[in-house]
Design a protein around this ligand. Structure first.
Ligand SMILES: Cc1ncc(COP(=O)(O)O)c(C=O)c1O
Length: 380
């Protein structure tokens, strides 16, 4: 349907902020039936039965507002991570918490440092707050350049995002690297360890456990680092929107002040509690996806693709100028992947048969002559 008023001559718009004009629009996934969705880093598994049961049981209470403090879920997470409930903040997905963190740290003209390429939402939410975004390029190996990020900190810097594993490249930083980085970051600059994919990290001798690191620092009275996790990825509850943040109490209090009231819905709170009861099942699913990730990566490497090591539930194909044509090729085979034009393609690890379909599509792409493009494309 045509939007109301679209057929009239343009009227002056209300006095909105002109600096938002160039802001990129986050489109997310448009519902498309019959496609294999390997473009949004979702879990291919439906929620455990106990989670669906908890959602059904809570449905009769939807005439009431949610528990704004999410007391039960917060207590369960506090127990799970060995922290006080006062150190935890729940949000409408961890992206909701990213927005709140920017809100509490930044006013117009303040700087936010992000690795780039990284989670595409960071620049938009920083710019919405009027902040200036400084993008620090990844290394040629597609990993975060923490020394360069530290060197970019200025008097105007208020917040630094450290995304590990990094979306879309999958690279994870080690605890030692983060410790070295934090040693040179001023103690009043907020550092956000975004660990949306932490549960899929394996094989690293010294993996970053941001929650453990923040907990240790809080015990030493060091308050400028926070960590974010989510129920969207490993727990497979992307449709419910629950994320959580571990921080010092004063930071948590500020996050509460800028929160949208009742942002975490009743169904989301109950489902998340039930999901914590199914942690073994969730871990088993993660192990399976990690196995699939390694199977897909090995097959692609065998076929001549460049595929960096990933600690997440997706793989990065740095195919440069071939990104859009590969995504179009996959779409033609009813597979959705995420293209970053001129840089590469991010492919989510799906169910086994979906991964087979992706491998077949990649094989066909190579056969039509594109493998040369794949091999010779500039990195990143
Ligand atoms: C790095 C990173 N952080 C945060 C999020 C947000 O996840 P959610 O809001 O679903 O918790 C995503 C989602 O894709 C992500 O890739």
């Amino acid at each position: 349907m045509t939007p109301a008023g679209a057929d009239r001559p343009a009227a002056p718009r209300p006095r909105v902020r002109p600096d938002l004009d160039g802001l990129p629009l986050f489109r997310g996934r448009a519902a498309e039936g019959g496609m294999i969705g390997l473009d949004c880093n979702e879990s291919p598994f439906a929620p455990p039965v106990a989670v669906s049961d908890a959602i059904s049981a809570a449905a009769g209470e939807l005439n009431r507002y949610p528990d704004n403090a999410a007391v039960d879920l917060t207590a369960r997470l506090a127990e799970r991570y060995g922290v006080s409930p006062a150190n935890l903040t729940l949000g409408a997905g961890s992206v909701g918490l990213c927005v709140q963190l920017i809100q509490i740290a930044c006013a117009a003209g303040d700087e936010v440092i992000i690795p780039w390429r990284s989670f595409e939402v960071y620049p938009a939410i920083a710019r919405t707050a009027g902040a200036v975004v400084r993008r620090i390029p990844l290394t040629p190996e597609h990993t975060l350049d923490l020394p360069a990020m530290a060197a970019a900190i200025s008097d105007r810097t208020r917040l630094v995002f450290v995304c590990s594993p990094n979306n879309p490249t999958g690279s994870a930083v080690s605890r030692a690297e983060v410790e070295r980085f934090l040693a040179v970051v001023p103690s009043d600059v907020l550092v956000v360890l975004d660990e949306a994919y932490a549960e899929f990290t394996t094989g690293d001798a010294d993996p970053l456990d941001g929650f453990g690191l923040v907990r240790d620092r809080l015990r030493q009275g060091r308050t400028n680092v926070v960590a974010l996790r989510t129920f969207s990825k490993a727990y497979g509850l992307a449709g419910l929107r629950v994320g959580y943040c571990l921080s010092a109490v004063p930071v948590a209090e500020l996050l509460g002040r800028v929160a949208v009231p009742y942002a975490v819905a009743t169904l989301a709170q109950r489902a998340a509690v039930a999901a914590l009861d199914c942690e073994e099942e969730v871990r088993g699913r993660c192990r399976h996806l990690v196995g699939e990730r390694e199977r897909v990566r090995a097959a692609l490497l065998d076929a001549g693709w460049d595929v960096p090591v990933s600690g997440a539930n997706f793989l990065w194909l740095p195919i440069g100028s071939a990104a859009e044509s590969f995504a179009a090729h996959c779409r033609g085979r009813r597979i959705l992947v995420k293209a970053f034009p001129g840089e590469g393609v991010r492919v989510t690890v799906g169910a086994d048969a979906e991964n087979d379909a992706l491998l077949a599509a990649a094989g066909q792409f190579a056969q039509v002559g594109a493998v040369d493009v794949v091999r010779s494309a500039p990195l990143g």
